[in-house]
Design a protein around this ligand. Structure first.
Ligand code: FES
Ligand code: FES
Length: 188
């Protein structure tokens, strides 16, 4: 194979199959592309933002198998057969996610560029919170969770408050569901 043929083989698109926001997708992309590039430039999902493009700002955060990852630092080939969630998949059946509601109600976004990444980091945190035995709203923990998501507009106070409000809602709902299932367990 000539050098030119080698280069063109290296550039040949690979076919990726993965779950995207609960739907199976198949997309062709050059093997050196990142997940961020595939999402924005191949799938047209521009909710995930391209900030620094080098792992510093967190604007590109999405979830991979539930865990928050920087999509600008994730080779697209690594998502083969896995589950990706983006901000477009947050919320269910047209209803906003509690985080989206709280961000809107508390004015936690100004330019909004950092917001999708913040929401995805916080959503993973809230899912984890819901699995704990004695979950509690902890603003120190929320600040730590958002430590990799930089914001140049808000000063973070309202962002942390919004995540705390959503965390309170999630904890309340989790406790309610646990009580209901305990009640069902007592039924003859
Ligand atoms: S765009 Fe990925 S960390 Fe900044
Ligand atoms: S709202 Fe502008 S960077 Fe966060």
């Amino acid at each position: 194979m000539t050098a030119a043929e080698n280069r063109s083989a290296a550039r040949a698109a690979q076919l990726l199959h993965f779950q995207l926001n609960g739907e199976a997708v198949a997309v062709a992309a050059p093997p050196h592309w990142t997940l961020l590039e595939v999402l924005r430039y191949q799938l047209n999902l521009t909710g995930t933002k391209q900030g620094c493009d080098k792992g510093d700002c967190g604007a590109c955060t999405v979830r991979l198998d539930g865990a928050p990852v920087l999509s600008c630092m994730t080779l697209a080939a690594l998502v083969q057969g896995r589950a990706v969630e983006t901000v477009e998949g947050l919320g269910v059946g047209g209803e906003p996610h509690p985080l989206q509601r709280a961000f809107a109600e508390l004015g936690a976004a100004q330019c909004g560029f950092c917001t999708p990444g913040m929401l995805m980091s916080a959503a993973a945190y809230l899912d984890d919170l819901a699995t704990r035995e004695a979950p509690a709203v902890d603003t120190g923990e929320i600040s730590a969770v958002l430590g990799g998501n930089l914001c140049r507009c808000t000063g973070y106070t309202k962002i942390v408050q919004a995540v705390a409000v959503a965390a309170g809602e999630v904890i309340e709902r989790t406790q309610l569901l646990a009580e209901m299932s305990n009640d069902d367990g007592g039924m003859p």
